[in-house]
Design a protein around this ligand. Structure first.
Ligand code: NAD
Length: 349
């Protein structure tokens, strides 16, 4: 089977590419990635010698290019992860999110439809999406697959829109698809603009830890390798035209998570317990900030037998160890444009 994985040089994509390329030597894995600031081929260096793995550099919004590679490789399945993925960036540049996340997804859907519309047998378009499409929860309740969409940020609106287009292509053209909506991921290879790697990097460098508002925003966290395992299961066993919610059964208030991370880092760096907590600084809230996300993952649990394989404490330790052992990776991605972006986003608040 020829599988196109988009966004495979990014955080989650790199784990999905590695899992598929190593677990299924009979599949041909094509990783299409534009290598934006978030894409990094260092994440996949160990796969370069594999015969069943090919990297293609390219932009999903370039329709002519996408048409060409579909004609050339005749992909039979697509796992679509390529996206602009950071909420804060979507607030400063919403159009970039509409372009990649909506238009890019449509260009892929169209190319797939035009290639296989007379023979959908054993084909699949798998769209990787987020729980943020559901908007915000109050202090109780969980997102279910039936929860109505109510996105609040330009990022989540663009992902909601692309989910709708995938579904619409299924209804209109019989395109076989599945969608999964996952909670916040953490783990190795995550670009240090997202909370956990940003704070690990700041603690290492004794920089302030900027916490939005009062720190009471609540998120569910899942170790990225458990997300990749869920994607493998859904790809092979998920039902056509269905959505699966994926979550860690693991809710944390941001401030509590940051304090836990500070304690883990203090132990690792051999500092006095509590000393990194002194770096916590409350900053002006993010506009349209969703109060709470929490996932009801009982469908994937009951139907496909999936549940997270590591606890949050185990996953966080693995993550911290990875960033400490890969200081060169961290230095490389935080040099250059990173610093000016960081200063603009978090220090002028
Ligand atoms: P990421 O930002 O780390 O990686 C995105 C990748 O897509 C990068 O490698 C980038 O180079 C590539 N890309 C961006 N624009 C492109 C374009 N126009 N053409 C080709 N490639 C392009 O993102 P991530 O955190 O790994 O997220 C991957 C997917 O999973 C996204 O669709 C995101 O919405 C979804 N998701 C993420 C999370 C999370 O917590 N990170 C949770 C749920 C769902």
């Amino acid at each position: 089977m020829k599988i196109l994985i988009t966004g495979g040089a990014g955080f989650i994509g790199s784990h999905v590419v590695r899992l598929f390329a190593t677990k299924y030597p009979n599949y041909q894995i094509y990783n299409l990635d534009a290598l934006t600031y978030a894409g990094n081929l260092e994440n996949l260096k160990d796969l370069e010698s594999l015969n069943n793995y090919t990297f293609i550099k390219g932009d999903i919004t370039n329709e002519d290019f996408i048409k060409q590679i579909f004609k050339k490789y005749k992909f039979e399945a697509i796992i679509h992860l390529a996206a602009e993925s950071h909420v804060d960036r979507s607030i400063t540049d919403p159009l970039a999110f509409a372009k990649t996340n909506i238009l890019g997804t449509m260009i892929l859907l169209n190319a797939f439809k035009n290639l296989w519309k007379d023979n959908w047998n054993d084909k699949l378009f798998y769209h990787i999406s987020t729980d943020e499409v559901y908007g915000t929860l109050g202090t109780d309740g969980l997102f279910k697959e039936s929860t109505p969409y109510a996105p609040n940020s330009p990022y989540s609106a663009s992902k909601a829109s692309s989910d709708h287009f995938v579904r619409a292509y299924g209804e209109t053209y019989n395109l076989p698809y599945v969608i999964s909506n996952c909670s916040n991921n953490y783990g190795p290879n995550q670009f240090p603009e997202k909370l956990i790697p940003l704070f690990i990097n700041n603690i290492i460098n004794n920089k302030v830890l900027p916490v939005y508002g009062d720190g009471n925003y609540t998120r569910d966290w899942l170790y990225v390798k458990d997300h990749a395992i869920a994607i493998d299961l859904i790809f092979h066993k998920g039902k056509n035209a269905e959505t699966y919610n994926i979550g860690g059964f693991n809710e944390w208030k941001n401030l509590d998570l940051v304090k836990l991370l500070c304690d883990v880092m203090d132990e690792k760096l051999d500092r006095k317990l509590g000393s990194s907590q002194e770096l916590i600084t409350f900053i002006k809230d993010r506009p349209g900030h969703d109060l709470r996300y929490a996932i009801d993952a009982s469908k994937i649990n009951n139907n496909l037998g999936w549940s997270p394989s590591v606890t949050f404490e185990q996953g966080l330790l693995k993550t911290v160890d990875w960033y400490l052992e890969n200081s060169e990776w961290l230095q490389n991605v935080t040099s250059g444009n990173y610093q000016s972006y960081y200063d603009k986003m978090y220090l002028q608040n």
